[in-house]
Write a protein that binds this ligand. Sequence first.
Ligand SMILES: [Mn+2]
Length: 380
Amino acid sequence: MRFIATADWQLGMTAHYLGDQARPRYLQARFDALRRIGEVAAEYDAEFIVACGDVFETNQLDRAVITRTFEALRQVPVPVWLLPGNHDPLDAASIYDDPAFTSRVPEQVHVLREPGVHAVAPGVELVAAPWSSKRPGRDLVGQVCADLDPTPPGTVRVLAGHGAVSSLSPDADDAAVIDQTALERVLNGDLAQVAVLGDRHSTTEVTPRIWYPGTPEVTDRSEVDPGNVLVIEVDPRTHEVRVERVHVGSWAFTVIEKPLNSDEDVTALEDRLAEVDAKDRTLVWLKLSGTLTMAENAHLERVLDDDRALFALLATWERHLDLAVIPDDHDFADLQVGGFVDDGVRELIGLAQDSARSAAAQGALRLLYRLARDTEGGAA
Ligand SMILES: [Mn+2]
């Protein structure tokens, strides 16, 4: 028995960091990922898809998000089971109770509303632990596991939950944390054969039987190995579990860290950016450090200006920006500014190199340098 495990679709997320051109393309990509999940289901002959929470970014979304979700899911050839998570809990304002949802939901799409065992196909049961509020104050997975009878013979049981397991939780005091020891006991006791969890957007193997599929399309630069779904196979007789990750995402969020201390370093960064595939679907944050001359910095700015038009986003990560621009003897000599400007430049260079006003002096020099260079270019 094979099925597709996925989670954290976060449909309707805003991606405020993207510009007006890239943002609609990125949001569309999140719907396109659903179609690819359907293709993977067909390719692997999967019986169903289970999405373990945070299907929607929030319970308050433009109804267009719902109609676009259904338009994509209508093309999925197998049943799709949706588990409410902490972003889209089954509370009084639940998106799953919105008329825009209930009146249009395709017939193969189901919401796991009740905690407990759901027979989803002959010989297949889903044990669901849906979130009923943003702060349940208890281990929902642990609670649903406490009531489990032994797995009926010839049946496969899949646990679907959402939240952090205790070994990975940043907040050990959070009452909603999933007790991993208890969960492993349930799996070792064969009360269920595999647990699929939402919440972590990076594909993560907690144990060979506890998995986070992660988000099918990257949502944050901190994610490690996002953009996957899991094809999970459980032998109905031996209860042996096999898990394969399949990449479905088409966007990349990348952080490039580069010390820049010479023109060669700038060229190396230029080459590194040139090598990136699918630039229009790639976001790059640069962590730059080091010391450049005015000419080298001008080279860097030229590279960034050119590439900004190619990438979905090319930004310097301000918090990690530690780049000093210090003029050397050639910078202004080559430009032959001359006269009284020369004196000013010499003074600014002195300030830039050792004073507390270095940052302001550097800024003034950069401006002067660009002005002088552009004027020279114009005259030529
Ligand atoms: Mn999430």
